[in-house]
Design a protein around this ligand. Structure first.
Ligand SMILES: C[S@@+](CC[C@H](N)C(=O)[O-])C[C@H]1O[C@@H](n2cnc3c(N)ncnc32)[C@H](O)[C@@H]1O
Length: 205
């Protein structure tokens, strides 16, 4: 476990929650207010990257998605698993390091099976370099949607970055390079001290 993982695990193991509270981020809430994508053969699938204690995983499940949460903190994942079970909601939470994880490496079956691709991918304040974004773009089904929210460079809120925070332009360039259609790409001032990069994109059918 490196220092960053230890910092998060210690936070969650001592009963701490994700830094941004229990309510979904307004951008995620707004997205979930819109009807979920229709799909045959089951509910639409969703992936919550760096899920923390699961505010978005739970909201996704409550909104009719079958969510998969990934976080490298075992305590956070236990919290999500317990909350899903307690509320009778579908979904699963996995302990994995997103610097290397891919959905294909999961060999689970039954209700714990991890889909290889998703109808919706949400990443909120998962601060990492753009390598994950490049890979995540490939985990969308045709017509699938990505909502990517990060602290912008220079934003003073959020934990100290372990890698330089990508700019809006760098984020957009990755998604365009992957052939995604950009629905939205902007910097949003969420508080006096926080500036977020918010990007929503679709994988063409
Ligand atoms: C700022 S929290 C955001 C939590 C959640 N997305 C939210 O918006 O409430 C960042 C999360 O990313 C997780 N994380 C950081 N680096 C990770 C990595 N390499 N692999 C998996 N999870 C990671 C941390 O454990 C933490 O829960």
């Amino acid at each position: 476990m490196d220092d960053n993982q230890r910092m998060w695990e210690d936070r969650y193991a001592s009963g701490g929650s994700s830094p941004d509270g229990a309510q979904p981020h307004p951008e995620v809430a707004a997205l979930l207010d819109r009807p979920a994508r229709e799909r045959t053969g089951g509910p639409p699938t969703a992936l919550d990257l760096g899920a923390g204690t699961g505010r978005h995983t739970l909201a996704l499940a409550a909104a009719g998605y079958d969510p998969t949460a990934v976080d490298f903190s075992p305590s956070a994942v236990r919290t999500i698993t317990g909350a899903l079970a307690e509320r009778g909601l579908p979904g699963r939470a996995l302990v994995a390091d997103l610097r290397t994880w891919t959905p294909e490496q999961e060999q689970r079956s039954g209700p714990d099976a991890v889909p290889p691709q998703f109808d919706l991918i949400v990443a909120a304040y998962f601060q990492h370099d753009l390598a994950l974004l490049r890979r995540a773009a490939e985990w969308l089904v045709p017509g699938g949607r990505l909502l990517w929210i990060t602290h912008a460079p220079g934003s003073v809120e959020g934990p100290p970055p372990t890698v330089p925070r990508p700019t809006l332009q760098e984020t957009v360039a990755v998604l365009e390079g992957k052939g995604l259609d950009l629905l939205r790409a902007e910097q949003v001032r969420t508080t006096d001290t926080a500036l977020d990069v918010v990007v929503e994109a679709l994988r063409p059918r």
